[in-house]
Ligand binder design. Structure first.
Ligand code: TZP
Ligand code: MG
Length: 332
C-alpha cells in the first residue's frame, strides 16, 4: 500500500524506490525463517481472530487514509515480528535485529512521504499563482483581496525591503485573507516568517536557504518552492524534493529586468526532466493573458504572474481573465 501510494498517487520514483527497497529487505529477512513450519502451523478455520471486526475497519476516506493505515499496519507488524522472533531465541538474533532496523526505517519513510505528499496534494489545485511584490502593507492587503476575488489559487508575498516586525505583521494579515478564501499563501525568501505567520509555504530563490535546511525548520508540512533558470539548476533542485519548481523568466520581465529570459524551450525541457519526480512546476516571467496559452501549451502546470495583475487598473478582472484561460486550457 505504501509503495503503491508513492508510485501511483505521488508519482515519485525516489520514494517508490525506498518503499520497494524496504519491502525487499523485509522479505529477504523473513525468508530466513522456516517457511514450511510457518505454513504448516497456519490454521485459518480454527483461528479465533478470523471474522472479528472493529468499527470502521473497512472505512477509508481516500488514498491518503489507505496509506496512513498501511503505515500503521507496517510498523505494528514489524514490532510484533521483532518481539516474536526475539522470543524464538537461539544464537541467530539477526532476524529480530533486521526487523527492528526496518521498523525505524518505516517510521522515517512515512515521515518523508507525508512531508512531501501533503504539500504536493495541496498544490495540485494551483493554476493561477500571483506574486504580490510590494513593501507597502496597505497595497499588499488590498491586492491580496483583489486577487482572491479574481480566483487566484495561490498568492506569494514578496516584500524584499521591509523590517522584520512589519513583514511579520503584514504576513499574518496576508495569511488570514488567503485562508478565509481557501487560497494558498506563500512567503518569498523567509521560512521563519512563513512558519511564524502560519503560511502554507515558502518560496526559495537560488541564493536563499537550501530546501533541505528549510524542511528541517517546518513545524507542519510546508509547501516549498524553488526557483530554477536552467536544466542544471533544475537537476540540482529535483535532488532536494521541493513541492514545486518555478521555471523562468520565460519572457523578458519588468519585475526582474536584468534576468535573462529562458524561453519556452526551457519549459518544455523542464517538463520532461520532471517526469517521475512528483514535483510540480510553475512557469514565471513576462506572462500575460496574451501569451498564457502558449506557456500552458509548452506543458506548464501553473502560471505565475506579477505585473500582469498588479500593474493594471483592475486587478480582479485581470485575474479572472487569466484564470478563465488557464481553466479552459486544462479542460481541453
Ligand atoms: N522571478 C523570475 S520572473 C519574476 C520573478 C520573481 C517575476 C515575474 O513577474 P512578471 O511581472 O509576471 O513578469
Ligand atoms: Mg529569494
Amino acid at each position: 500500500m505504501v509503495e503503491e501510494f508513492c508510485r501511483f498517487a505521488l508519482n515519485s520514483a525516489a520514494l517508490t524506490e525506498r518503499a520497494k527497497q524496504l519491502r525487499h529487505e523485509l522479505s529477504a529477512c523473513l525468508n530466513k525463517l522456516d517457511a514450511g513450519r510457518l505454513l504448516s502451523s497456519r490454521d485459518t478455520l480454527g483461528d479465533v481472530g478470523v471474522g472479528q471486526k472493529v468499527d470502521k475497519q473497512f472505512e477509508r476516506s481516500d488514498l491518503k487514509d489507505c496509506f496512513t493505515a498501511g503505515c500503521k499496519r507496517l510498523t505494528e507488524a514489524l514490532r510484533t515480528l521483532t518481539e516474536v522472533t526475539s522470543a524464538l531465541g537461539g544464537p541467530d538474533r539477526s532476524v529480530a535485529e533486521t526487523l527492528e532496523k526496518l521498523r525505524f526505517e518505516a517510521y522515517a519513510l512515512e515521515k518523508d512521504i507525508v512531508l512531501f505528499g501533503e504539500p504536493t496534494e495541496k498544490f495540485k489545485k494551483v493554476g493561477l499563482y500571483v506574486i504580490i511584490s510590494s513593501n507597502l502593507p496597505a497595497d499588499i492587503i488590498s491586492l491580496a483581496q483583489k486577487c482572491v476575488a479574481g480566483g487566484a489559487d495561490c498568492i506569494q508575498l514578496r516584500a524584499k525591503n521591509i523590517n522584520d516586525d512589519s513583514l511579520f505583521a503584514i504576513a499574518v494579515e496576508f495569511v488570514m485573507v488567503c485562508k478565509a478564501a481557501g487560497v494558498i499563501s506563500v512567503i518569498n525568501d523567509r521560512v521563519d516568517v512563513a512558519v511564524a505567520a502560519g503560511a502554507d509555504g515558502v518560496h526559495l530563490g537560488q541564493n536563499d536557504l537550501p530546501v533541505e535546511q528549510v524542511r528541517k525548520l517546518q513545524i507542519s508540512p510546508l509547501i516549498i518552492g524553488k526557483s530554477t533558470h536552467s536544466p542544471e539548476q533544475l537537476h540540482v533542485a529535483c535532488g532536494a524534493y521541493p513541492t514545486y519548481v518555478s521555471l523562468g523568466p520565460v519572457f523578458p520581465t519588468v519585475t526582474k529586468p536584468t534576468a535573462e529570459p529562458v524561453g519556452l524551450d526551457y519549459v518544455r525541457q523542464a517538463i520532461k526532466q520532471l517526469i517521475g519526480t512528483g514535483i510540480a512546476n510553475v512557469a514565471i516571467g513576462g506572462i500575460t493573458a496574451d501569451n498564457v496559452e502558449e506557456v500552458l501549451g509548452a506543458g506548464a502546470n501553473a502560471i505565475a504572474v506579477c505585473s500582469a495583475i498588479t500593474q493594471v487598473k483592475d486587478t480582479t478582472s485581470a485575474c479572472r481573465t487569466l484564470k478563465k484561460k488557464i481553466t479552459a486550457f486544462k479542460k481541453e
